[in-house]
Design a protein around this ligand. Structure first.
Ligand code: ZN
Length: 168
């Protein structure tokens, strides 16, 4: 391969990677581009894992796609599959490193769900007894089990709806 060809291919490769983090004002895209410091655990062509800067517990980290997707509602399914595989790996590594009592994974989809950075990210949060982290539930939670016909109806509504890819 001539030097010229090598340069052309190298340029195309770096361009394609650069274009993945394509939202100029996005905090996580800036991390992917190396413009903001992060404590990176691992990265590959499509995904990156790094430490949360406000850790709830020791080992609290984030997994993101390098390409800018807002959340689960717009992410490419192929990228989601890669994230899923890396998420398994990240949970196991965090478990091996710190042996917490448990690990919780959280994805907030949308501001209404508490999403603060509009770039898809999965929290991997080690949990330990007495860590005072948890979900908040309504006061009447679990007072009454939902009737089966109501649950069947809701399941049918979801089953019959179209996802954002246009498929049922
Ligand atoms: Zn982004």
């Amino acid at each position: 391969m001539s030097l010229h060809n090598f340069r052309t291919i190298y340029f195309k490769l770096t361009q394609s990677v650069t274009n993945m983090s394509n939202n100029e004002s996005c905090l996580f895209c800036e991390i992917v581009r190396g413009e903001i410091q992060a404590s990176v655990i691992f990265e590959d062509k499509f995904t990156m894992a790094f430490m949360d800067i406000f850790p709830i517990s020791k080992g609290h980290c984030l997994l993101i796609p390098k390409q800018h997707y807002v959340n689960m509602l717009d992410v490419d399914v192929k990228i989601a599959k890669r994230l899923g595989a890396r998420l398994v790996e990240l949970n196991r590594k965090v478990h091996s490193a710190f042996e917490p009592d448990g690990i919780i994974n959280v994805i907030a989809n949308g501001v209404g769900a508490g999403q603060e950075v509009p770039h898809l990210h999965i929290h991997v949060i080690p949990r330990n007894k007495g860590d005072r982290f948890g979900f908040m539930f309504p006061d009447d939670y679990r007072e009454e089990m939902a009737p089966r016909d109501e649950l069947d109806g809701v399941a049918e509504t979801i089953r019959a709806s179209t996802d954002l890819l246009g498929s049922k």
